[in-house]
Design a protein around this ligand. Sequence first.
Ligand code: UD1
Length: 378
Amino acid sequence: MKFNIHLIAAARPNFMKIAPLYHALSKQPWAIPVIVHTGQHYDLNMSDVFFQDLKLPAPHIHLGVGSGSHAEQTGQVMMAYEKILLDTRPDMVIVVGDVNSTMACTVAAVKLPENGGQQKDGKKLRRPLVAHLEAGLRSFDRTMPEEINRLVTDALADVLWTPSPDGDENLIKEGVDAVKIQRVGNIMIDSLEMLRSSIGSQNAYKGLNVQPGNYGLVTLHRPSNVDDPQILQRLCNALINISKKVPLVFPIHPRTRKHIENLDLLPKLEQEKQLLISEPINYIRFMNLVFNCQFALTDSGGIQEETTYLGIPCLTLRPNTERPITINQGTNQLCTLNNLEDHVNAMLSTRKPGKPEIEFWDGRTAERVVKSIKSLLR
Ligand code: UD1
């Protein structure tokens, strides 16, 4: 008997989370992994190039939802995915991370009506099991759309696969039944390890005219940093100041670019010789830039984890993080716009932190997830 397993992919960070699992499930005689792309990220450089780098086939199902307000995007994904669920009746739905599509697909799947009249392989049709990979992370900041997505997803999913002990603790404190929780580790590290040699063989920094170990890598896209014109203006000024001391490589997220263009700030940034701005970069080249940078300055969740795994200093421009393990390990520090430049100065004059060892951040998370799926669907 074969089980149909939907892997929900929606936005850039999701692709690195489903790829190792897709490859591991493809090798199992009992599993039919089906990639469902909601279309939340649709630009070539936000989606297709990640499928190529991660050796994923084109999505088996594409919902083509695109951008919109939170309610529009969430509602469109729910409506489109419910139709697919009714048509295809998967045995399991796996959602990853914390984007709007993660929550939307979870809600659609857990509310799928049972269909007692119909049979599939001699069995009564049931709603699919819903599993959340990267469960339990909490910033405790409900102004972040991702925190709402995490809370709703974890409240509804049947299986909660966590990356680190804080995830287990948060879920237990919220009253989740311990039998639902399984610590499997960090799936992003599987993608990094899967492609380590390709990443290492790139020289992405060369084309940018920076030296390995002598530039900062910047990614910023959180609404709290880029949506408010005053904040964005100050942020751009801070980047210009920092780039006078150390070159900065800054691949600009579409959300950020849109706001920078609205403020007509792009020419000002472009004229800075050591502020190297570009379009978003594909996974393998981007990770090569991470491997070789002196430090990262980010508001992304994934980059906090990847730098921690690699022992690279990271400054996170946020008042909080849902990934406290990156702070405890000494690689990541939170900062604000007021103290950003001081933090960079301090970082440039201190030694690199060591490479921490975190249980289950080992490139074998997909293996543990496959084992878990097998026991759940048996
Ligand atoms: C989303 C996720 C965030 C994740 C991030 C990674 C939510 C609430 N947020 O934020 O958790 O860290 O992805 O990138 O789900 N756009 C394009 N091309 C694209 C995709 C988006 O131009 O391919 C534009 C949209 O038109 C929109 C903006 O980027 O104006 C934001 O896209 P959206 O998916 O809503 O959220 P992100 O900010 O990317």
